[in-house]
Each structure stands twice: as C-alpha cells, then as structure tokens.
Write a protein that binds this ligand. Structure first.
Ligand code: SF4
Length: 748
C-alpha cells in the first residue's frame, strides 16, 4: 500500500466493496487518488525504467517497466533478454492490468460462511499467519493431510516452495505447463536423454507440425514467434514451408502453407503413415540411422505392414496421395523438422520424435537437440489430484492453491464446489479473486509479478543455460505478501522441521543465494546483446571460461539490472551421446492396425445406410447428438496468473469470432444443414448441459466435428472474466473436456 494512503483511506476502500476483500470500484478510485497524492506530481513527469520478468506464462520473457513519477504505466520487452529480445506477446503487454486489477485482493481474509453469498472478514497478516499455521500444524501428522497444488515452474524460488511443503509432509502436485519440459519424459524414454527437447525452428527449411501452435504460444511464445519470423524469411535459405496438421483451423493453421484437419488420434496414425512411406520408399539414410538402431527392425516391420497409405487414409480421411506427398516433401527438404504440441499425448510425442529420427533431425541444425542439465522432474499432476479430491478419493484436511492453474485445465472438474466439500479447509495464495479464491476458506494473497523478486528458469527455448533474475520493479501496493517470506513466517509459527527447512527470510534471500551461486560458477554472462552473447559463446567454445565481472557485487548488480544470466555455450551432441549410452532409439511399436475412421457420428443419408447394410432403405432416426465437440483454449488465456484482463478479452476469437464471446467452429455444410449463419448465436446441447456461443464457419473442418473455445474462470473470476461466458466444461459432465463430447447445435 502506498505510504501516503491514510488509515481512513484504507478502511474506506477495504470496507466499501461488496465482499470487502477486493479493491472494488470505489476502492479503485480512492486508491488512485491516494497514489496520485503519493506521487506528488512535479510539473513535468519523470520517466524511469525498471527490469522484471513476465510471469504470464512459463516463457520468462524479460520485461522493462516504464514508470512515470514512480507509477508503472507500460510494459516493454527487455532487449537484452535472450528469449524475447525486446518483444512481448499480447499477454505480456497486458500484464500491467494485473497490477491495477480492481478485483485484486487487498490483503488476507477469512470466509465467514461456506454457503450462500461469499462473505469475508479481513485479517491482519499476523492473524492470518497464526490461523493458517494452526490449521497446517493440525494436518501435518495425517498422511496426505495437506495437499498443495501450483503451476509447474523451475528455479530457486520454486525449489524453496518445494522444500517447505515437503518438510510439512504435504502431498505436492503441479499443473503441467505447455512447455518443452512436458515432452522431456517422452524424449528420455525414446533416447535416454535426460532433458528437454529444443526445436531449432529458425534454421529448419520445412516443418511438419502435429498440432504445434507455432504462431500462438508454442513452448515459449515470443521466442517461437521470433524463430518463426526467421524461418519464414529464410536465414541463409529459401522461405521455410509449414504444413500444419491440426484438429481445428488455429492461427497457425491459417498461417501455414497447408492445413490438414485431423484429430489427435488421427495425427498419431498419420505420423506412422508418413514413417511407413519413408521406409517403404527407402527415403531414410540407413547409414545415419545405424547409431539409432535400437529395435528398428521390429518398428519397420510393424509400420510398413500395418500403416500402409491405404490403411492410414481409411483411418484419417487424408488422401493417399497427400500422405505420399508429405513423406516425399519431408525426405527431400534440406533441413526438415517435425514438431509437436507440448501437451500431446505420449503416443503422438513418440510418433513425432520417431519421424525426427527417421529424417535425421537429431542434433542437426534445423532439427531437434536435447538440453540436459535442468532437472527432469517426475512431478505429480495437480489436475489428477484435483479430480481425486472432487471424487472423494483424496480428502485432505488442508488444500493449498499456490495459484488457480489446476482449476483452469480442460480436464479439471467443472464443479469446483465438490472440491471444497471434500476438504476441511482451503487456502488460496492467489493475488486475485479468481477460481481458487472462489472455493477458499482463507485468502493469503501474495505479491504480483512486478512487485516480486524473481529467480526462475525460463521454459526451454534457447539452447543455453539461463536464469531470469530481478528485484521488484515497483513497491508493493496492497497488503499482499512476499511468497518466500510468507512461507518463512508459517514455518516459524509451525516450528520443527518445517521451520528448519526455511533457510531464508524472504525471496530476496533466495535470489541472493542464487546470484552468489552464479557468480561462483565463473562462466556465462549477465544478459547482453546478441553480439556480446555470441562472443562469450565463441570464447567458451574455444575453452576460454572467464568470470563475467571483477567482483561478486559487480556481478550481482549487473545481473539484477539487466534481468538475468546466460551461459550461451551448448553441447549440440547430447542426443547422440545419450543414444549411444542408451543402446539406440527405443522405437515405439504402434498399435496394429490403425482403427478405421469412425464415421458413425457423421450425418448419413438413408441411401448410404442402406448400401452399407445391404438392406432395404428404412427411415433413419437422426442421432440426438450428431456432432463430436472438442474444446480448445485460446492463446490469449492465461494458464496460471490473472485471467481478468479486458485487453485480452478484446482480442478473444479474433479475427473470426467476436471479442468477449465464446465461439464454436463448424464446417459450413454442417452449419447449413441447421440453417446456422456465420456469426449467428447458437445453443450447444449435450446430455449434461446447454450453453450459448457464436458460430464461426470454418471450411475444411471435418463435418462431424465442432471446436469450442474454452475460457476458464467465467463464473468465478473477476468482473470482466464473468462477462465472457459460462464454463463450457459443464457440457462434458463428469467426463474430462479434453475428450470429444456428443452434442447438437442449433440457432438460439
Ligand atoms: S511468451 Fe509468456 S513470458 Fe513471454 S511475454 Fe508472452 S506471456 Fe509473457
């Protein structure tokens, strides 16, 4: 809170809101006035800049905050950040709205009644720590008495979080983020390499993408978009060609040279179909495949026997000539790359890595590398844990949400009230009145990103070691808390091994320890220009490792000023080395034969039905729910931080959908059968629920399918999120929304 904000002001904005715990409308105006007084405006504004890290996704892009008279007014990219090089995506640009969000929580609070209208009592920090510590102390002795859920992240502050909760005997689980780390376990099973894959998109000449949202937010959004720009321009080669195989016409599909519609299951079959053609036509370099041999013979036999172009065409609807052409294009490209979405199921990730191996993309410019060194974390899945709680299989005494990410997953339970019903006490550390706060008994809001110390490992994108490290860009504005300091206070109140686990007083201590570690490593450099970074790489490649600063203090100051540290040296042979140690590639043996495409749900004429059954035509009852609906999360949705951002809702569904609305994509012929015009309001009905959306015609979408946008948090998040629409997961009932759901769609 601003120093100049009087106690009377505070009581006014704290007590004038409906629930008494957010800034609210009146509170926002009052606080704005207080901030204005605090700034004591001089006649001419003084512009300053501070460095921070974007935390709207796991990309870790460096940010510069523009301040006028100490008030943050704009976020820009940090040109020295090797991930983003001065750019930010829409989510990064909009993140300033999180700082000023009127639905930010003003401080700790306790729910006074679990049912009915939410009612809250504000608490002081001391009261809040004592109450939370008491609950946690009571739960520690019970197995799985404490369950802790948060977004998956890496770095010293995330490690401190893990140490604390492990000492508290908690069951920890993390929401998987759509980063390369999610593909790491599959890469390890196939190759033995313990690390994340690095896709060298920039230097590829031909990309066959299986659902990878390359122009949206693939692996590390800004890095990917920068790489895509170079791939298209051609750095030392002709403009790169992109073929997108996707279940819907995503932004990437629109930008691609070619889009093939295929469900995720069909994508696996298609990948093996392409592999089969490569092998049958001997379009693989068998000499280069030798070191990868592993169980190659068994794989080749299986794939060429069952995944013939005819079988694959029947199973996917993709014509034989297209399958043949894709394989031939891939084989004839100088630097082909096969890419895959981070949240692809294991079967698809395996098939894609196998194709990369067949076209010689491992450890090759424009191909796939492995970045080992960062821990490959076998982490329990927070969404699964949440489903266990909702179903009563897990009944913790205390459920702690580090953020709302597990509640935003497509396969999370749609009915959050079942989660609260199976826990004695729910604590949310989210700074916002969002999904976790909606079911919490107790709010312990922490600082937002630009108020925080940061030390995190950005999602793997750049082939180098790097740590994003910054101090707070702006002072704390409300009665929120530093997350590590909050843990330390809880540890002190709990005592014993939990207190002993906290070898820090605040995040500043954790960041300080990390900076000392980096200084002692005597390698790499604080974030620097591309030229300087390349120069360090050249030196290190030649065996010249030098400390980047004359003293530890100088190093610390430089890293905190520029926003991070990078060691650009990278061993490009890590996959090859791992394969030698692993005894070759463990080729996946795909199922046999591929299932024939399920057209049962397609609208069929009575003549077709009769022909198939060889019987006299009979009247056919139209199916009650003739369409297969699958949901997708638009790229502008924030998976872990603040959803309540009007700038992002303004971008929702562009260019074809309508801002601030959910939309459903339909094949124009399917829409015509129901007399649904492009842009018409429609009602989607499943066996469980009905919701309203806007129809968007998409040529090329399989006629039996429909794709529905999913914006989590609608009913429970802040005032703007509530305007967007209902939670579409209710259409799926108990079945996770990551699967197709049978629906009918009609004009509303
Ligand atoms: S890619 Fe992620 S980290 Fe980078 S600006 Fe966008 S949201 Fe922020």
């Amino acid at each position: 809170m601003s120093d100049n904000l009087t106690r009377r002001d505070f009581l006014l904005y704290g007590g004038a809101t409906i629930a008494g715990v957010t800034l609210g409308e009146l509170g926002r105006r009052t606080l704005a006035a207080a901030d204005a007084r605090a700034a004591a405006w001089p006649s001419r504004g003084v512009e300053t800049w501070a460095t921070t890290v974007c935390r709207e996704c796991a990309g870790g892009c460096g940010v510069r905050v523009r301040l006028m008279d100490g008030v943050p007014v704009k976020l820009e990219g940090n040109p020295l950040c090797p991930v983003a090089r001065g750019k930010l995506c829409a989510k990064g640009q909009a993140a300033i709205e999180s700082y000023y969000d009127p639905d930010r929580l003003v401080g700790p609070a306790r729910r006074t009644a679990r049912s009915g209208q939410p009612a809250w009592t504000r608490l002081t920090s001391t009261e809040a720590i004592a109450l939370a510590a008491e609950r946690l102390r009571q739960a520690i002795a019970t197995p799985a008495g404490i369950v802790v859920l948060a977004a998956d992240e890496r770095g010293p502050l995330a490690d401190a979080w893990t140490r604390f909760w492990r000492a508290a005997n908690a069951r920890l689980a993390w929401t998987p983020m759509p980063t390369a780390a999610r593909l790491g376990p599959r890469l390890e099973v196939l190759t033995g390499a313990q690390g994340d894959p690095v896709f060298d998109l920039e230097r590829a000449t031909y990309v066959l993408s299986f659902g990878a949202p390359i122009v949206e937010d693939w692996l590390s959004g800004v890095w990917t978009q920068r790489s895509f720009g170079r791939f298209r321009r051609g750095s030392g080669h002709a403009r790169g060609r992109l073929v997108q195989i996707d279940s819907r016409r995503s932004a990437t599909a629109r930008k691609a040279d070619e889009w093939l519609a295929a469900t995720v299951e069909q994508q696996v079959i298609l990948a093996y179909g392409v592999a089969s053609v490569l092998l049958r036509e001997n379009r693989v370099d068998r000499a280069k495949l030798e070191p990868l041999a592993g169980n190659f013979d068994a794989f080749e036999r299986q794939v060429t026997t069952y995944y013939t172009p005819d079988n694959v065409a029947s199973a996917t609807g993709v014509p034989v000539v297209t399958i043949l052409r894709l394989a031939r294009e891939l084989a004839s490209a100088s630097r082909p790359l096969v890419a895959v979405n981070a949240d692809a199921p294991a079967a698809l990730a395996d098939a894609v890595f196998t194709l990369d191996a067949l076209v010689g993309a491992f450890d090759r410019p424009g191909g796939v590398f492995a970045k080992t060194g960062d821990p490959v974390l076998d982490r329990a899945d927070a969404v699964e844990a949440l489903r266990d709680v909702a179903a009563g299989r897990l009944r913790p005494k205390v459920l702690v949400f580090g953020d709302s990410s597990p509640l935003r997953a497509l396969d999370a339970p749609a009915d959050a009230s079942a989660i609260a019903a199976n826990c004695d006490f729910v604590i949310s550390l989210s700074p916002y009145l969002d999904e976790s706060a909606a079911i919490a008994d107790f709010l312990l809001p922490v600082d937002v990103a630009i108020e925080s110390w940061q030390a995190m490992l950005p999602a793997t994108a750049v082939a180098a070691d790097l740590v994003a490290v910054t101090r707070p860009a702006v002072p704390r504005r409300l009665e929120t808390q530093d997350r590590a300091a909050l843990l330390q206070s809880l540890g002190t109140a709990i005592g014993g091994s939990v207190e002993a686990a906290c070898d820090w007083r605040s995040s500043e201590d954790v960041v300080g320890a990390e900076l000392k570690r980096l200084a002692r490593a005597a390698r790499g450099t604080p974030y620097a220009t591309t030229y300087e970074t390349n120069w360090v790489r050249q030196l290190e490649s030649g065996g010249w490792w030098a400390s980047p600063a004359d003293s530890e203090q100088e190093f610390v100051d430089r890293v905190l000023t520029v926003g991070g540290w990078i060691d650009p040296w990278f061993d490009p042979n890590q996959l090859t080395e791992a394969l030698h140690a692993h005894g070759g590639l463990a080729f996946p043996i795909p199922e046999s034969p591929p299932a024939v495409r399920d057209v049962a749900a397609s609208p069929a004429t009575s003549e077709e039905v009769a022909l198939a059954a060889d019987v006299v035509p009979a009247p056919v009852e139209p199916p009650r729910f003739p369409l297969k609906l699958f949901a997708f999360t638009p790229a502008t949705v924030n998976p872990a931080g603040n959803l309540n951002q009007p700038a992002l809702f303004e971008l929702l569904g562009q260019p074809e959908g309508k801002p601030w609305r959910l939309w459903v994509e339909l094949n124009p012929e399917t829409a015509a059968q129901q007399d649904i015009a492009n842009g018409a309001a429609v009602r989607i009905t499943s066996a469980h629920a009905s919701i309203d959306a806007v129809a968007v015609h998409v040529t090329g979408l399989p006629p039996e399918t429909a794709a529905l946008s999913f914006v989590p948090g609608g009913p429970t998040d802040g005032r703007w999120a509530r305007l967007v629409g209902p939670d579409v997961r209710q259409l799926w009932g108990e079945d996770p929304a990551s699967r197709p759901c049978a629906v009918r769609i009609a004009r509303s």
